[in-house]
Design a protein. Structure first.
Length: 162
């Protein structure tokens, strides 16, 4: 027969082994919970960082779009000013050409001597040359204004992208 003490020792060993197994299982569950908590925190941080980066990108895009819109508005305003300036310039040139034509018509009337006719011819040629120069100046001013508008628009667009 097996002494009772042996049963008690066996029961104590089994109880200790069970306690150790239970404690190990408890620690394993705690470790899993801790890892799961760390993983959940990591996912939450990644999601928050992604959302913040997305918001920053959207804000940057919105600011760039506003800058482009301002640039377009400035281009429109500059184009309106350019059209008005060209209209004024064309009016001035038309007035000058009208004055030149009136002066040329006045010189045809009256008593004319040879010296007077030559002087009138030279004056007429000078007035016509002045009219041609004024017309060419008007064309150059319009082209310069158009090119300046393009340059300003491109500079505004480039600065809006930066």
């Amino acid at each position: 027969m097996i002494p009772l003490r042996l049963y008690l020792y066996a029961a104590a060993v089994l109880a200790i082994a069970g306690a150790l197994w239970g404690f190990g299982n408890y620690q394993k569950q705690q470790g899993r919970a801790e890892v799961q908590a760390k993983f959940d925190a990591y996912i939450a941080k990644q999601t928050t960082d992604t959302l913040q980066a997305s918001l920053v990108n959207q804000e940057t895009s919105l600011l760039k779009q506003k800058a482009v819109d301002r640039s377009r508005q400035n281009d429109f305003e500059n184009a309106k000013k350019l059209v008005a300036a060209n209209a004024r310039l064309n009016g001035t040139v038309a007035g000058l050409l009208s004055d030149i034509a009136a002066s040329n018509n006045r010189s045809k009337t009256g008593d004319i001597t040879e010296a007077s006719a030559r002087a009138d011819g030279e004056a007429k040629a000078a007035r016509e040359l002045l009219g041609e120069c004024a017309s060419r100046y008007s064309e150059l001013a319009q082209e310069a204004g158009r090119l300046a508008g393009q340059v300003v628009g491109l500079q505004g667009f480039v600065s809006a992208l930066d």
